[in-house]
Ligand binder design. Structure first.
Ligand code: DX5
Ligand code: ZN
Length: 225
């Protein structure tokens, strides 16, 4: 139920094959892949050819987080490259409904993300068509930033609305997640966690992943009415 999705943004890019296999061996549920275009965010990372290149090295779910200005133009490339879940931003320039449809046509799970300044209610019109919502708990662009508590109320609001509609929606949080912040998010109803620094800085990645997953499972939904 709880999924830990280590972000390869924090990995050794010269050795991606080994990094991916090490995350799978450490019992990561998903692999979080941060795609940045230097326009939507002030950083450039990787694109669909890299996703395709690492695809043969694990069967884990590829959780692709597009921080790009025009996601709709690249959905086909990422589904063809082997993305399983594709998250794009409501603040991007693409039409949200058309982008959700393109992700579904490509056989992937559509997910919509909101930056820290965007209210939870912004995703409500699309909830019934989504498999996941990603609540950013830092400004997207870089790993290693501090968790912003403003995300907790937004997670709760989205979970309550999904419950009200009877939706089986995943809620992911991304940015500054560690063994402390994960419990606050899980208690508010988040069940999926993109984690960079807290996995990659750990001496024992498997232990870090297991500890975070167990901490989240213990308190999941405990902060909901
Ligand atoms: C930031 C990325 C995150 C980042 C998380 O824009 O979307 O996925 O890698 O890294 P940490 O866990 O270090 O905040
Ligand atoms: Zn991310």
């Amino acid at each position: 139920m709880i999924k830990i999705s280590p972000s390869i943004l924090s990995s050794d890019f010269s050795n991606l094959e080994q990094e991916i296999q090490s995350l799978a061996a450490a019992d990561a549920d998903w692999i979080h892949i941060d795609v940045m275009d230097g326009c939507f965010v002030p950083n450039i990372t990787l694109g669909a050819p890299i996703v395709k290149a690492i695809r043969p090295h694990t069967v884990r779910i590829f959780d692709v987080h597009l921080m790009i200005r025009d996601p709709l133009a690249y959905i086909k490339d990422f589904t063809a490259a082997g993305a399983d879940v594709i998250t794009f931003h409501i603040e991007s320039d693409s039409d949200v409904g058309a982008t959700i449809d393109a992700i579904k046509v490509g056989g992937a799970i559509p997910s919509l993300s909101i930056k820290p300044a965007t209210p939870a209610e912004a995703v409500f019109p699309y909830l019934d068509r989504l498999g996941m919502v990603l609540v950013m708990s830092v400004e997207p662009g870089f790993g290693g930033q501090s968790f912003m508590p403003v995300s907790i109320d937004k997670i709760r609001a989205i979970r309550q609305e999904a419950d009200r509609r009877g939706l089986d929606l995943m809620i992911q949080v991304d940015g500054g997640i560690d063994s402390t912040t994960i419990t606050k998010c899980a208690a508010a109803g988040a069940d999926c966690f993109a984690v960079g620094s807290a996995v990659f800085k750990a001496a024992d990645r498997a232990a870090a992943i297991h500890a975070m997953r167990a901490a989240a499972e213990k308190v999941f939904r405990s902060d909901l009415d």
